[in-house]
Design a protein around this ligand. Structure first.
Ligand code: HEC
Length: 163
């Protein structure tokens, strides 16, 4: 093979590989995505629930509060990534979901409101972490309450009612 052709061979092969793979990239494991976000939510609830006991002064381990505030904040920042359209009913069923999800179709129908609900949780956990880091004990209950309200507000509009 002459050098001129060899120069193009590799990029051409790479392009072919990318094009061939693109339908696969678009395809997601819907069950995996649903289970993943439910576990992430549980982790978030674990940290917020632990912080709750500390904020109430029930546990003499206040030095661990920052750990939970930081984890909750880090997790809250992933919220906008957890709900791809393919994993929201009824799309989820069309895409072969076999596990149940409490996510409501409203997530797909009202993307702006959903984005805002996620943003509110991000800002609430950002603010809570700052209060914890500042050691501002007086501001703790209100900052923590704001976090809980951000969870509830999103669940009210975008999560199936829990019996
Ligand atoms: C932007 C919206 C939104 C915010 C904010 C949000 N959640 Fe959720 N959460 C959901 C949705 C939607 C589901 C249902 C997910 C599913 O079943 O696929 C859910 C599910 C859950 C679950 C059940 C997980 C399971 O086992 O199935 C828990 C626990 C939870 N959230 C806790 C929290 C806590 C604690 C916060 C606040 C710190 C929070 N969530 C903030 C939307 C949100």
């Amino acid at each position: 093979m002459d050098k001129g052709r060899a120069k193009w061979l590799l990029p051409a092969l790479a392009l072919t590989a990318v094009l061939a793979a693109s339908p696969l990239i678009a395809q997601i494991n819907v069950d995996g995505v649903i289970k993943y976000r439910q576990n992430v939510m549980k982790a978030l609830a674990g940290h917020v629930g632990a912080a709750d006991r500390l904020v109430r002064g029930q546990v003499p381990l206040m030095d661990q509060l920052e750990l939970h505030a930081r984890a909750a904040r880090e997790i809250a920042h992933t919220l906008p990534t957890l709900f791809p359209a393919e994993s929201i009913p009824p799309e989820a069923e069309f895409n072969g979901a076999t596990v149940s999800t409490d996510a409501l179709q409203a997530i797909a129908d009202k993307p702006q409101a959903f984005k805002q609900a996620a943003q509110d949780a991000i800002e609430a956990t950002d603010a809570f972490l700052k209060v914890v880091q500042a050691g501002d004990k007086k501001a703790l209950p209100a900052a923590f309450k704001r976090v809980g309200e951000a969870c509830k507000a999103c669940h009210k509009d975008f999560r199936k009612d829990q019996e």
